[in-house]
Design a protein around this ligand. Structure first.
Ligand SMILES: *[C@@H]1O[C@H](CO)[C@@H](O)[C@H](O)[C@H]1NC(C)=O
Ligand SMILES: *[C@@H]1O[C@H](CO)[C@@H](O)[C@H](O)[C@H]1NC(C)=O
Length: 145
């Protein structure tokens, strides 16, 4: 065998090992985002349901921030390594509700990362104010070490 074929075989072997050994992104644990908000996600059950607690660093209201419960579900089809998920935060210190949707990835360094998009619904007094009641944003979470 010449050098090129050996190099090719080694490269292919490395690629198949890294695909097989690609770690799974697991939602359970303690996560922190770019703003300093953090959340604890409890164990995900067989159906993909989970609960947790969200501690936001930022708020649209002036009320004192309190830890708030979250309820979500993770996609379980084929036991994906990088599952999609969604959860709702029931803010305990305001009348607002936030929904997050995202995907749990493992980056090239083997680090887990949650890429999410959220919608925040604030309560408004009148139907006329409905147009300004919803905000959208995105957050990136990494596992807190
Ligand atoms: C979690 O977030 C809250 C709100 O920003 C902050 O007060 C608290 O220190 C954070 N906890 C950790 C461990 O970073
Ligand atoms: C939602 O928040 C309210 C107010 O804090 C609380 O009474 C209720 O139990 C919460 N519901 C869930 C599903 O966490």
């Amino acid at each position: 065998m010449d050098r090129l074929s050996i190099a090719l075989i080694l490269a292919l072997a490395a690629a198949s090992v890294s695909a097989a050994a690609r770690p799974k992104c697991v939602l359970t644990g303690f996560w922190i985002n770019d703003l300093g908000s953090n959340m604890t996600i409890n164990s995900v059950n067989k159906k993909g349901e989970f609960s947790g607690l969200y501690h936001t660093a930022v708020s649209a209201t002036k009320d004192e921030i309190k830890v708030s419960p979250l309820q979500g579900s993770q996609h379980r089809k084929n036991e994906q390594n990088q599952p999609t998920f969604g959860f709702t935060v029931n803010w305990s210190f305001s009348d607002s509700t936030t929904v997050f949707t995202g995907q749990c990835f493992v980056d090239e360094d083997g680090k887990e990362i949650l890429r999410t998009t959220w919608l925040l619904r604030q309560e408004v007094d009148k139907l006329k104010d409905d147009w300004k009641a919803t905000s959208i944003g995105s957050d990136v979470f990494t596992r807190f070490q």
